[in-house]
Ligand binder design. Sequence first.
Ligand code: AGP
Length: 609
Amino acid sequence: MCGIVGYFGKRRAKTILIDGLKRLEYRGYDSAGIAILERNKIRLYKKKGKISVLEGLLLDKKFEGNIGLGHTRWATHGKPSDKNAHPHLDCSGNLAVVHNGIIENYLILKKELIKKGHKFKSETDTEVIAHLIEENFKGDLEEATREALKRVEGAYAIGVISTKDPEKLVAARYGSPLIVGLGEGEYFIASDVPAILNHTREVIFLDEGQLATLTPEGVKVTTLDNKEVKKAVTRIEWDVSLAQKSGYKHFMLKEIYEQPQAIIDTIRGRIAKDERKVLLQEIGLSSQEIEKIKRLFIIACGTSYHAALIGKFLIENKVGLPVEVDIASEFRYRNPIIDSNTLVLVITQSGETADTLAALHLAKEKKAKTLAITNVVGSTASREADGVLYTYAGPEIGVASTKAFIAQLTLLYLFTIYLGSIRGTIPKEEAKEMLKALKNLPGAVKKILENTKGILSCARKYFHKRDFLYIGRGINYPIALEGALKLKEISYIHAEGYPAGEMKHGPIALIDGDMPIVAIATQGSVYKKVLSNIEEIKAREGIVIALATEGDKEIAKKCNEIIYLPRVREDLTPLLTVIPLQLLAYHIAAKRGCDIDQPRNLAKSVTVE
Ligand code: AGP
């Protein structure tokens, strides 16, 4: 997720662009840049680091140009650096592009353009768009952009300017948001409304496959096949802070609702056209090396550790590879038995967690092959592991991890299929079934997000409770841990996650009429066992909030509260069961007036021991 802003009007563009980028910094902040059209030249300034670094670079410079583009980056292809920062230019330096999204076929297009003599300066997918427009340019920037985009596969929101068609700014979107702001004789483009709210509240929301051409005459919207479209104008009533959270009260709630997109973006480009194969070229391990792996360690902290536990279930069940999961702060002080046939996978959203990095270093010292799953391109973990697999959840601002977690589970599911296909434990037809179920998952997640009545009612009834217990079995036991962590870290209520089968070994002594027990009881191989745990609890007057599969009438008679979830394959249920637990924690914390995005004593990335 990156932030784009563009200006076309009578005022000087530079300050408008920089202020707009600052209001989009929550969308990405590893590098930033601007391009301004001035005296028939494009003045380009871009820098690794936050927008304030770019601002410092511009302090002593004067800008007169009244047309320009700005970009604040969250790297997906190509690590954060000055040369990978946007805007990107074509060979002539007369055309500039900013982009938010992922071009899936950029390598093929790049090879084709290099063969035609184009010279590339960056490692990004975006730069391909600049050269593709240059290749198609015959005098009309809109037409050249339209022709170029017909070759592009993937997601994009772009802005384009050129000295060869100087009275024009062209924008287009497919799969990434883009708006057009309508001022008095001046026009704006942006990834999101905060960037332009102090100039105009009149906004056009572009739809998929639409282009907007900004000229002194106004704004024209067309489709990729050049049909003009009449667009409604929306008046935005939000203030900037609310707008940065897309109208949600907290970043955490916004990020919970971004989870369907996080799954879609993490899958993007990783399923072969025949839908039977997973593509993970960036893994940095050959098929031969993967076949030779005898043991897999998955090491992480906190929520990422819970993802690791689910990875263990998936991989042992589908690949038949022994998997050991450990908390990084424990692993780093043990003497794990590791050799060159061991693969050590670290999972870390930030890529900077001190204990996880220390575990990675220990694994490398012991000559293990190493792999990192992380959400931050260019993070320490991504640079120090032998291979890296990125989640594409976009920046996660809330300290409590939500969309990054579901993206980790998505990637672990893909990784399982990848390993199983290579090691011959997952036949093509089964891989096809698993991938089809995964691709349908965003729809199931959306269904839960759109029907939160039961969760809100539980939050209202139980937000004042002092203790909660979360129980689950099998692949959903880690979700019991995750649900408890979410509640304790943002509402400060004591909560424990436990294997449901452990009730008799201690926790059952806690049961009274005052402690809610959240039971994950979706249909599956351990359903009956969880049901008997629920009966044990009810026999002792316990309060049971159950997560169940829609249509399950039997369980409803045994619980105080029931939250129904769509039916999916058992090995995908964690990606659904976690959603109501995130929302329950959020709404309880909201009722308790907690600082949800920045809970006390916590940091988004624990870079110290
Ligand atoms: C989860 O909600 C917490 N913010 C925390 O447990 C987090 O998962 C943990 O610190 C690990 O962070 P990482 O994934 O960036 O390594």
